[in-house]
Design a protein around this ligand. Structure first.
Ligand SMILES: Cc1ncc(COP(=O)(O)O)c(C=O)c1O
Length: 404
């Protein structure tokens, strides 16, 4: 058996492949869907007679903010349209609470000896990099089918008195694909608000409109938060990075009035205004939520076969090797090895010309306690390469499972 697998491995290795499955990036055919953005004139006088070529509108042009509010189901006056990165807005939010605090409510976090954040796991490595950069202690928070494992959350809150917030991806969680239920979100909003009235739940809605198969409908988070008086306990972020151009779209945020004012203040320290021409260009191109949904359906058609292929290949693995997710949207499939072999799989794959995200990267401090979780990002490469990549992956997963 092992001999057979080694032979297959050597055959794949002899192809001298160089395939990169490390990051969830759109394929060029997805980018082509938005090529219209590269052409065409933009009327530089915006709504309200604003000259878009000049400084001004620090929280975004009104047309873009309206589009953001439509997408997030948020109040226009609490919706910001930023630069091209929601990750940047999220970092600015954390920076603001760190440097400035919440006026009349909470002192800046920098004044406290040690503060902590709950990070859902498996999670997004860049979230961990940001929190770690601020010296914020990261505590893992388990996910379950419904969203956050509430039992685990309660334990964490009981054990620690310095937790300032949660960071999570509530739809098609990166990388394990959970879609949080309304009940789950409402429950943890209530629990965390009772723990600390200034608790901040950072909802990274990077995959808000990225379904490629039937997916649970969610009540918009601002509405849920409003119902339980917790608007200032949420901040919801999204962007067009995986709608139009990676790193070249628009970002949006909504939060409660106190956090919104704080964020405006912190942004004033670093940016005069976003690129309003790009905002206008996007508004012209995408127009409204309905049109965006039609556009996203085109993405879905392009990426669904890739996810089907990955899942199909993983299904052929012996069941004892591990389990895997079957997402209905987003950008990742997660593989859970039964034995502590994730690092070994990555090493074997690399040896055969396939780059995977490093084992451990889906956990704070790179520490996967079971060395079991691997993230597969299938969108960036074409189907033919993906097939070879999954052949390498599945052979490597079997060899690693037998070797140990
Ligand atoms: C969960 C999550 N958040 C944020 C981002 C980046 O978003 P943006 O390009 O808007 O900064 C990504 C991209 O991979 C992501 O997976």
């Amino acid at each position: 058996m092992l001999e057979d697998l080694r032979q297959k491995y050597d055959t794949l290795k002899s192809l001298n492949l160089a395939i990169d499955l490390t990051r969830g990036k759109p394929h060029a055919d997805q980018l082509d869907l938005s090529n219209e953005l590269l052409h065409g004139e933009v009327d530089f006088i915006g709504e309200n007679d604003i000259d878009l070529r000049n400084y001004g509108e620090p929280i975004g042009i009104i047309e873009a903010r309206k589009l953001g509010a439509e997408l997030l189901d948020s109040k226009l006056e609490l919706t910001m349209a930023g630069e091209q990165s929601s990750y940047l807005l999220m970092t600015q939010m954390i920076l603001g609470r760190f440097l400035l605090g919440l006026e009349g409510r909470e002192q800046p976090w920098r004044k406290e000896e040690e503060i902590a954040f709950l990070c859902t796991v498996p999670g997004f490595d860049r979230h961990f990099a940001t929190l770690d950069g601020f010296g914020i202690k990261m505590l893992t928070l388990n996910l379950c089918e419904d969203g956050i494992d509430l039992q685990h959350l309660q334990e964490r809150l009981q054990e620690n008195n310095n937790i300032k917030g949660i960071i999570c991806v509530p739809r098609h969680s990166n990388p394990s694909g959970e879609v949080f239920t309304d009940q789950n979100i409402a429950s943890f909003l209530e629990l965390t608000k009772a723990y600390n009235p200034n608790f901040i739940n950072l909802f990274d809605h990077a995959y808000l409109i990225h379904d490629f198969a039937k997916t649970l409908k969610q009540t918009p988070i601002p509405l849920l938060a409003q119902q339980i008086g917790a608007l200032d306990n949420i901040a919801v972020f999204t962007s067009f990075s995986k709608v139009t151009f990676g790193g070249g779209g628009l970002s949006f945020l909504t939060t409660g009035p106190d956090n919104f004012a704080m964020l405006q203040q912190v942004r004033n320290m670093m940016v005069i205004c976003p690129d309003k021409i790009n905002q206008k260009r996007h508004v012209n191109f995408l127009q409204n939520k309905e049109n965006i949904q039609i556009h996203m359906q085109k993405h879905a058609t392009l990426i669904k076969p890739k996810f089907d292929l990955v899942v199909d290949k993983l299904k052929r693995l012996p069941k004892t090797c591990g389990t895997f997710t079957e997402p209905t949207g987003g950008y990742f499939v997660t593989y859970y090895a039964s034995k502590p072999v994730a690092k070994r799989i990555v090493e074997l794959c690399k040896g055969a010309g396939l780059l995977l995200t490093p084992a451990g990267s889906t956990f704070p401090y790179g520490n996967d306690p079971n060395d079991a979780v691997l993230r597969i990002a299938p969108t960036y490469i074409d189907l033919q390469q993906l097939e070879l990549a999954m052949d390498i992956f599945t052979v490597a997963a079997q060899i690693a499972d037998i070797e140990i």
